[in-house]
Design a protein around this ligand. Sequence first.
Ligand code: FPP
Ligand code: MG
Ligand code: MG
Length: 398
Amino acid sequence: EKRGGPVVNTQQLVGDDLKDLKNNIRNLLGTGHPMLDTVSKYYFQADGKHIRPLIILLIAQATSLAPKKVAVSVKDSYEEIDMPISEHSNFYIPTLNNNRSEPSTSTNSTTATAGAVNPIYTPRIYAPDQTLILPSQRRLGEIVEMIHTASLLHDDVIDMADKRRNLLSANESFGNKMAVLGGDFLLARASIALARLRNHEVTELISTVIANLVEGEFMQLRNGQVENGRNRNGSMTTFEYYMEKTYMKTASLISKSCRSSAVLGGATEEVCDIAYTYGKNIGLAFQLVDDMLDFTVSSDEFGKPAGADLKLGLATAPVLFAWEEYPELGKLIKRNFDQEGDVELAWGLVLKSQGLAQTRKLAQSHCQKAISALSQLPDSQAKTALIQLTEKVLDRKK
Ligand code: FPP
Ligand code: MG
Ligand code: MG
């Protein structure tokens, strides 16, 4: 027994849905241009953690038993979302066959024509507590994974990363131009799928996420511009600025997609807020742990460059905490670790300090907030899985 009841096998709960995810995304991505096809699908060949879709699916289940504002029928939920992407998108490449460049091997493929019922988009009811995931919520998971992957394609160009998910990064494999355009293409196809959900509130939430990702990245570009522990414009402490940036680059996506999942299920405002609060706090914890792992694991374990943040001039939570113990870090942070020996000096001080332990503690406190938010939901296996997930986020090594 663990906190929140007996251990739940998350794989058993939503494993089938996650298995379909990659195939469904591939089907949303086909294009007649073979190189664009390759680049935009490239990161999906690796085993991503799919943590965002996982959370979305579990929130769908956990909120399905909670009070509803509107009754959403399964028919509402699948009627339009899986029509083929219209001929408009193929106008300039008239030979394209329904935007799919290769036959799908999956028996569950989304090759439906308008009006046909596709087995993947029938609802699944989950024993033993009769929780439900709607087709629209499953599609939301796919959309969000596409947006996340688009941001990684762009991020690896910005960070000049040579590795992602233990693959050569897309920018290394195809060059910056194709990597950027591949990301743009993912965003475009995600936008079409989003429009197909025919839910204005969700469209607005997810579009805001895309803006927030860019805002977070911009905040990070000027991360080192600090003066006496405050950001240069003086409105926030350096730490507050870091947390705001962390919300923008990571937690906004998770929190707003949790809310969207609840919205698609017809949940009450109160339940949507619970979903949002859970997503925000597990999202903040996730990025805090990521910033900690940058100091503690090797690139091989991480599957992407480790020890990268200082080299990129970034002062993350472990450094900002260490700064309280070692004031001499201040001037290094201010100049973005750009002088000979800065990175090594800062690295040593961070490891000597309580910075990593304090970062973990802060992540833990956000996990606690995420768990508290869930307490007002009716009990279900999915709710228990969401609670367990907070521990996995804290203990992860990659
Ligand atoms: C990974 O962070 C990157 C992000 C969380 C977001 C990046 C966002 C952009 C590049 C803006 C453009 C957005 C879109 C939607 C195209 P990281 O570099 O700290 O982590 P890493 O170690 O995984 O690279
Ligand atoms: Mg990066
Ligand atoms: Mg980055």
